[in-house]
Ligand binder design. Sequence first.
Ligand code: NAP
Length: 252
Amino acid sequence: MELENKTIIVTGANSGIGAAAARLFAAEGANVVLGARRAAPLETVADAIVQAGGRAVCLAGDVTDEAYAAKLVDLAERAFGGLDGAFNNAGVVGAMQPVPDMAIDNWTDVIAVNLTGAFLAAKAQIPAMQARGQGSIVFTSSFVGFSNGGMPGMGAYAASKAGLVGFAQSLASDHAAEGIRVNTLLPGGTITPMGGENDPAALAFIAGLHPMKRMAAPIEIAQAALFLLSDRSSFMTGSPMIADGGVSVRLL
Ligand code: NAP
């Protein structure tokens, strides 16, 4: 049990990487507090964890809403007595277009969810972790925020995901002495709705960018997140940890 009795917020928990992480963390002994906008699939994930003998609660909302970030922390404290970790994983890819064709609204929306959402999450979570005297925060970045890897039309998404790396490093520096670790996880292409799971041509294209010639299953990324949230990574903070099937070192 890598997360025995730790209480962990997981956002983006009704789908893809976040749902796999919610199930894995609960199976590893965590109390999980799950968030995403669509309530029905979120409740389905939480119910399945409870049916399997785990401990899960959920609250639907939007990570761009400051009040929602605070409500998730309140829920963790009310349901389980405190907060030990957060996998701030909710994200959107937005329109994939060259920047000259991109509407400002697309830029603003992608930055709001992926980067401002992370700011609001950390702002709410860090005081709860300070009260606990420890904590681990993980933000889901992307290989696209580090190496691009050959993905077209990623201007807004790449900026948001690269921004997370610097944001996490600043938090890591500010809060390390308080026992709070902050890292980013940079997945490669992963078979989820965002990763094009219902689009065979997209899956084949993305798989082909990776030296492994395949995409990740969501559980493979969840396992990397588990490592960063657990005490196994006790000397890691400010790290952009890459789990990308080698896409960032591919030869063009
Ligand atoms: P996904 O299955 O589409 O999941 C995205 C999750 O984010 C959903 O649970 C979605 O739920 C939630 N979400 C989106 N906007 C939200 C908002 N404004 N407020 C609250 N929740 C919101 O995609 P995924 O691949 O698992 O993505 C998870 C993370 O991995 C993202 O940050 C993504 O950028 C990153 N990533 C993905 C890949 C890939 O190839 N799949 C690669 C690298 C990084 P609702 O729509 O119900 O809100």
